[in-house]
Write a protein that binds this ligand. Sequence first.
Ligand SMILES: [Zn+2]
Length: 553
Amino acid sequence: MKILISFFFFTFLVSCGDQNQSNETFSSDQGLSQEHKKEFKKDLIEVTEDIYVGVGYGLANSIMIETENSLVIVDTLGSVERAEELYQDFREISEKPIVAIVYTHNHLDHLGGATVFYNENETEIYAQENIIYNLDNIATTIRPIIFQRSARQFGIPLPEEEIVHQATILFDDELTIEIDNLTFVLAHVPGETDDHLYVWIPKKKAVMVGDNFYRSFANLYAIRGTKFRNPMEWVDSLDKIRLLNAEHLVPSHSRPISGKENVEKALTDYRDGIQFVHDQTIRYANKGLTPDEIVQKVKLPKHLAESPYLQPFYGSISSYVRSTFSGYIGWFSGNISDLHPLTVEERAKKLEVMAQRQTKISDEAQNALDNGEYQWALELADMLIALDANNTQAKNIKAAAADQLAKFQLASNDYYFYKTVAGELRNEIDVNPSTPNSVTSEQLQATPMKAIMKSLPVNLNADKSVEITKKYEFRFIDSEEVYTIHIRKGVAQLSKIPDSSAEVKVITDQQTLKEVFAGLKNVAAISLLLANNTIEVEGGKLEFLKFLGLFTD
Ligand SMILES: [Zn+2]
């Protein structure tokens, strides 16, 4: 039977594990949390009746669910050696046949031990269908670079090759399986990867979430190299998991969490942490800040920064800000100096000369401009502007250099960018999108309400809303749609599910609300709409104005 993929993988190639097994080379460092290591202490835990999770046997966990006559395994650890040890311990609990293996996603620390659990005559392997593309891509196209950077990310040389069993049953959105009268729901929940699934067992009120939750801030980017992990897709998936009202949350890294309130708290903190980083990154990007500048701005509010589920033990928040920026906007920072930078060698030579001359940066910038070294002039002018944002001389040097560089551009995009920035620096051109009436009522009419509502959270002023927890419901006299926005201490959760507990209820027509949200109405005009009940508010008219204030600087 053809079940083996014809090429080999390295176990750690794209794994997503903890640090406890990989940092031995750096064991004397203080940089890695000793407390966090306890999360990965080797243990076989009975989560609830018939559900067992092996923690600390490998980088990832492996979960065993016992039904009347069978066993189901969710994730298989990263290697045969590690899986064999856990297999023996599972067999102490039950000798029943393993009829199903589920891969929560494509990372090798969850797949490499499958041979140990697999029996050709009785086992099916389930996975979400995107897993095929992801495994192929990593094993071939980008294998060299990912291999090298994974070794750096995990701090160890990569271990032996492992064979991975191909999934035998693939699904797209959702698949329900009955095994001995126990129902398993497998659902596609893109997050850490786009092939992620959860396993939900309604009868046990237990959900297995793979790597969409672990006791560390969600790894929105892996520095070994990864394609864009869309933060809001991940958040939506977590919201879908929250709706299950699970009593047991069993992640594939770190220990399980039990108790409905504990699970809800963990998942809510988790999704809020991700959305906060996402929304505030986009908010500052919309203000024209570069990734380097946004990294300095986006800091988790205290209650999230202190959450045990959001400690940055695996990756860094700054890395997630940059990933969010590049996922939406791409690699270019927006600063014209970054478009065609000097090579490291060129810059080194110029700095060497500058040091020998002992010139001031401002003199060197002027010299560079006069000598036709326009890119160097841009970079030096940036330093001067960084020291004094109002340095007119530096801005003029930068503008003149950008004008000159434009002349050398074959590409029209590059040419116009240099010229426009030069005009902006001289205050001759304003491209600020927030100039009044930049959106017309006609344009708003053509924009779906949903799109307008979705744009609100990335405009939330985190500082103004950090103390506020309140639900707002929006209904329309000309549409059946209902939206709820839950402001929760710096994060605005948008939902299309009506919530009877909303403290403030707003009823109006769609166009009026669109125009208010788009800034086409000033406070006087909005007050009039409130006074004549074009906008009806239950819970206090002032509350609506306060709500709008949360989305302004
Ligand atoms: Zn993992």
